[in-house]
Ligand binder design. Structure first.
Ligand code: SAM
Length: 207
């Protein structure tokens, strides 16, 4: 983070758990897009949406998990006619996403808990920027895979600094070993471009 004068950025990267995350993101919602896209060169939503758009045939229904203000949904809507639902912990972020008019349904949900969604009810999940330090850990990948039908995709970004240390890589390896997914890609990609921070753009084929 290049801007030490923005206390919200600092707090977002040292969250103690879902309660604090909800509070920080509710406060950050108004300036989040400017701070991240313009300020940090946050390209992960565009790159992940681009990749999902290449994979999924229309018509299809996609869940944007940890959708925030809707950056990934907006990028998907530019490229596709997919039906997109969004879930997030923060009502403030969801309110911003709602203003875009690209989501069918938006609702609050905690990705660290079991999701109130039926098995196999989506053709794909996209999750950008949410699998990162102090946010949502690798166990959430199990729920993302559960709600996608066999043959569908989960496209996620994992912030590069926590890929190994946060257990994401090991968790994905375990999921492959259990036969739940085929890890089609885990590509080292630009994430916060202005800060020289990369992430892993992962494509999971759901079995
Ligand atoms: C860095 S933002 C990414 C938002 C959006 N996907 C994007 O790329 O701009 C992280 C998002 O994760 C959400 N979040 C954090 N913890 C969460 C949790 N336990 N369950 C659901 N969402 C969570 C925050 O509210 C925030 O909207």
């Amino acid at each position: 983070m290049n801007d030490p004068t923005n206390p919200l950025l600092a707090r977002a990267y040292s969250l103690s758990g879902p309660e604090e995350a909800e509070q920080v993101y509710d406060e950050w919602a108004e300036t989040y897009d400017t701070d991240t896209v313009d300020g940090m060169g946050y390209v992960a939503p565009r790159l992940a949406a681009q990749r999902l758009a290449e994979l999924v045939a229309e018509p299809a229904v996609v869940l944007d998990a940890g959708c925030g203000t809707g950056l990934a949904g907006a990028e998907l809507a530019k490229r596709t006619q997919l039906t997109i639902d969004g879930i997030d912990l923060s009502a403030g972020m969801l309110a911003k996403a709602g203003q875009l008019g690209v989501y069918r349904h938006l609702s609050t949900a905690d990705l660290t808990k079991p999701l109130d969604l039926v098995d196999g009810s989506y053709d794909a999940v996209i999750c950008v920027g949410t699998l990162t330090g102090g946010h949502v850990g690798p166990a959430a990948l199990d729920e993302m895979v559960r709600v996608v039908r066999p043959g569908g995709y989960v496209v996620v970004t994992v912030q590069g600094t926590v890929w190994e240390t946060g257990g994401y890589r090991a968790h994905l390896d375990r999921m492959v070993g259990q036969g739940a997914i085929h890890l089609r890609e885990a590509t080292d990609s630009p994430y916060h471009e202005r800060e020289g921070i990369n992430g892993y753009l992962c494509v999971l084929d759901v079995r």
